[in-house]
Design a protein around this ligand. Structure first.
Ligand code: FAD
Ligand code: NAI
Length: 508
């Protein structure tokens, strides 16, 4: 009986899973009719199509506002799997979701402009936008007025003004970055095998240097070493003796946001994978062929050394975008803020009344992560939905009060009085929205050789784990978090493809 029930349950869950996927596919291909925006409603402008803004748009009832979205990127990017795109474990389109698709599924239509916000005039309530794509029409810059504005433009790559980083280093933030890195890895390998290349030059070309031991640097280093071990080594055996990955970090250890036990586990795993970690090493200068880094010598004195490289990936965290810096400069209450737009507990930009900020460009005492940005976006959607309901109920209340005054009989007056009571009760309920509270679910990072580390918030405490089982957890967690059924299916297919056939070593 037990076996029969186990079989039935497995069968039912497989059936349920298939039905869920099929429904997801069907639904994504059949958007319902949309209503037009109501011009009497307030204009809500949303900047950006990243984690914060998209989470807001996903949860927002667009019938309540005239919503306009402005972003230079007409897609959402699932950043946690971006390091896997640098080696072809996952194809970049599998983690991109066109904003047009999901905006088309909203109840009321939403305007989207593919443009960069170059300036926000908060007093005049105008956003200046510029089309910086390759194809430009007769008009490529204009203004968009707003009643309410959400700034979700994320952050730039930090370089700390170190000379040569922008010219010679490669970042890992956008799809284009991952594509360039993938190309560069293969270029270095092919150039290193060019006829009559000197041994020093081969060594340099095959030295892959990653600067920044935060999760971006660690995950990329792990993915790159995997690529070498499972594919490059097999197809280009000439590079075996010289291919080497080095991770450079200024602090005493990598992954500072993880627990001590997981930091040690990561460092031990990297050692086994033959990735060199150079901690307490600060890069000071970058040229086209080497980096200059300062570390502490055995005598305790600072030592400056030249480290030659073929590929340099720069992952030293976030910096302010110019549009955010400019907005901060216009608002006296932002004078003290350095790392981003200071916001209050309702994510209102301090010193303004009608501008909110979410994600990496906002400073709300949380780490700049996708998790925080997504929760902030969802909170704002709830807040805006409630605000719209409040206005609606207040209008109804006003109408009821007028009706009560005009009511010809006592019965009619009593009836309206009951309606007013009910509306007032609803209004009190709707107005009860507490401030934003972040709920930390934990931190996850892939560290290569099918191992991951996880610091998970578990009921009352924290639970730290690392290894192959954590890797399966990492995979299933990120798969479930992918934006759409389409993304999930594509990511799974990519994983299967790279396992069965290996990663593609051709250079596009
Ligand atoms: P973003 O997601 O960066 O989106 C910003 C949006 O604004 C983009 O659409 C951009 O095109 C647009 N934009 C930029 N400039 C302008 C402008 N001037 N006008 C209008 N629009 C503009 N976090 C985690 O929690 N877990 C992870 O596993 C994880 N992995 C990561 C891996 C990598 C490789 C990277 C780079 C980051 C990772 N993060 C992770 C961090 C996470 O991606 C960010 O914290 C998150 O993207 C922040 O969301 P956001 O909405 O603020 O900005
Ligand atoms: P980060 O800010 O987390 O780490 C950057 C590292 O670079 C720091 O440890 C810093 O000491 C080091 N550094 C700075 N300048 C240096 C120099 N000149 N020489 C050597 N080292 C130098 O940046 P990262 O990894 O880009 O992450 C950005 C944000 O995105 C973080 O909040 C992170 O938590 C989040 N993220 C989360 C991931 C995850 O949860 N799996 C994955 C990737 C990013």
């Amino acid at each position: 009986t037990f076996l029969r029930w186990t079989w039935r349950l497995t069968y039912l869950s497989a059936l349920g899973g298939t039905a869920y996927v099929c429904y997801g596919i069907w639904e994504s291909r059949h958007p319902p009719d949309q209503s037009d925006p109501d011009p009497s409603k307030k204009t809500l402008v949303v900047l950006g199509t990243g984690w914060g803004s998209v989470s807001l748009l996903k949860n927002l009832d667009t019938e309540n506002y005239n919503v306009i979205v402005i972003s230079p990127r007409n897609y959402f990017l699932f950043t946690p799997l971006l390091p896997s795109c640098t080696t072809g474990t996952i194809e970049h389109r599998s983690i991109m979701e066109p904003v047009r698709n999901f905006l088309r599924h909203k109840k009321a239509s939403v305007k989207f402009y593919e443009a960069e916000a170059t300036r926000i005039d908060y007093e005049k309530r105008i956003v200046f936008i510029n089309d910086d794509s390759e194809i430009k029409g007769e008009i490529n810059s204009t203004e968009v007025p707003f009643d309410m504005l959400v700034v979700g433009v994320g952050a730039e790559n930090a370089t700390f003004g170190i000379p040569g980083v922008r010219e010679h280093g490669m970042f890992l933030k956008e799809v284009g970055d991952a594509q360039q890195i993938r190309k560069r890895i293969m270029d270095c390998c092919e150039t290193a095998t060019f006829k009559d290349q000197s041994p020093e030059e081969v060594k340099r070309l095959l030295h892959m240097v990653v600067v920044g031991g935060g999760p971006t640097g660690v995950e990329f280093a792990g993915e790159l070493q995997d690529f070498f071990e499972s594919d490059l080594k097999k197809w280009i055996p000439e590079i075996v003796d010289n291919f080497h990955v080095t991770l450079v970090e200024a602090l005493p250890n990598v992954l500072p946001m993880f627990s001590k036990q997981l930091i040690e586990y990561t460092e031990k795993t990297f050692d086994e994978e033959k990735i060199t970690i150079r901690t307490r090493t600060m890069v000071k200068n970058v040229t086209d062929k080497y980096i200059e880094a300062q570390s502490t010598g055995p005598d305790g004195k600072p030592k400056l050394e030249k480290i030659p490289y073929g590929l340099l990936v720069w992952a030293t965290g976030n910096a302010l975008r110019p549009v955010v810096k400019d907005l901060m400069g216009q608002i006296p209450a932002q004078k003290e803020s350095r790392r981003g737009l200071a916001v209050n507990e309702y994510l209102v930009v301090k010193g303004t009344e009608n501008i909110w900020a979410v994600g990496d460009c906002a400073i709300a005492n949380y780490a700049p992560t996708a998790q925080v940005a997504a929760q902030e976006g969802a909170f704002l959607a709830r807040l805006f939905n409630q605000m719209a309901k409040t206005i609606e109920i207040e209008d109804e209340l006003k109408q009821c009060s007028d009706a009560q005054e005009r009511a010809p009989t006592k019965e009619a007056r009593d009836q309206v009085f009951m309606q007013i009571k009910e509306l007032q009760k609803r209004l009190r309920r709707v107005k009860q929205i507490g401030p934003f509270e972040y709920s930390h679910q934990g931190s996850l990072a892939y560290i290569g050789s099918e191992k991951a580390v996880a610091d998970i918030s578990w009921l009352t405490g924290n639970f730290a784990t690392g290894g192959t089982l954590t890797y399966f957890f990492w995979r299933s967690a990120y798969l479930s978090m992918c934006f759409s059924t389409r993304n999930r299916v594509l990511v799974v297919v990519d994983w299967i493809k790279s396992k069965l056939f290996g990663r593609d070593v051709s250079r596009e």
